[in-house]
Design a protein around this ligand. Structure first.
Ligand SMILES: NC(=O)c1ccc[n+]([C@@H]2O[C@H](COP(=O)([O-])OP(=O)(O)OC[C@H]3O[C@@H](n4cnc5c(N)ncnc54)[C@H](O)[C@@H]3O)[C@@H](O)[C@H]2O)c1
Length: 259
């Protein structure tokens, strides 16, 4: 490849999401931040939203430090008022929303026997009801524009269940079914909705697991490494840049753990 074609290829890659506005929830760090970086790298303005201003600011700062476009807004995904304010703020500043990545999530792991109803509710609210609420708030703007890409971060646990994760597994299974329903209801509006089911990804969420549990997981991962947030970002990037004939699908990013 000549230098000119190489530069051209590089430029077009950087321009694939030029002028697009991409909201990523819970993107102050971890998988959300990696997705936001990837989308910003393709020219989008990454809207970094997180539960606190500090968390959102720190993610947005990293992206602007890379000479890419980003903006921080607070959005607590469990709070309808906070969601509506974020959506309205983004619309009044940027005029549209092309991409929504529902990424914010928590764990409250314990066996069913010991799980308090608060642990159940917190995970269902943060990981599942939030996807409904944020999508409902944002999708009306996508509908008007007859374009949208919605990517929901589910989990392989939502397909297979797991010891100590009744709340999380149920929420993530719900995210998959919700994604398919969004896909059906909004296909006629030029909006696709897909889910990503990551396996074991090395972030704050998994760093708190005991070393012996991590070793156990590694035994079952054919690719013999934990995933990085960037591995998940690749799948999100696919749904947002290509994949225009792909909707209601789940991409598993788990190093082969559950094939
Ligand atoms: N790490 C993994 O192995 C793994 C595997 C499968 C799926 N996931 C999913 O990926 C997503 C991101 O997880 P991560 O591993 O990057 O974890 P993380 O803990 O590093 O990041 C989660 C982010 O969500 C934010 N958040 C939490 N509650 C929020 C709320 N109410 N409102 C707004 N933001 C909130 C946190 O502040 C944090 O920035 C989650 O949905 C998680 O369930 C992670």
């Amino acid at each position: 490849m000549s230098l000119e074609t190489l530069t051209e290829a590089k430029m077009s890659h950087h321009d694939l999401l030029k002028d697009q506005v991409a909201i990523v929830t819970g993107s102050g760090r971890g998988i959300g931040l990696a997705i936001a970086k990837k989308l910003a790298g393709a020219g989008a303005t990454a809207i970094i939203t997180d539960i606190s201003q500090e968390a959102a600011d720190s993610g947005a700062k990293e992206i602007s430090g890379m000479n890419l476009k980003s903006h921080a807004f607070v959005c607590n995904v469990t709070d309808p008022q906070s969601i509506e304010k974020m959506t309205e703020d983004v619309i009044s500043k940027f005029g549209k929303i092309d991409i929504l990545v529902n990424n914010a999530g928590i764990t409250r792991d314990t066996l069913i026997m010991r799980m308090k109803v608060e642990d159940w509710n917190a995970v269902i609210e943060t990981n599942l009801s939030s996807v409904f609420k944020v999508t409902q708030s944002v999708v009306k703007h996508m509908s008007k524009a007859n374009y949208g890409r919605i990517v929901n971060i589910a989990s392989v646990i939502g397909m297979h269940g797991n010891f100590g994760q009744a709340n999380y597994a149920a929420a993530k299974a719900g995210v998959i079914a919700l994604s398919k329903t969004i896909a059906k209801e909004y296909a006629s509006k030029g909006i696709t909705a897909n889910a990503i089911a990551p396996g074991f990804i090395d972030t704050a969420m998994t760093q708190k697991l005991k070393p012996e549990i991590k070793d156990k997981y590694l035994e079952f991962i054919p690719l013999k490494r934990f995933g990085q947030p960037e591995d998940v970002a690749e799948a999100a990037y696919y749904f947002c840049t290509g994949g225009s004939y792909v909707t209601g699908q789940v991409i598993v990013v788990d190093g082969g753990m559950f094939m």
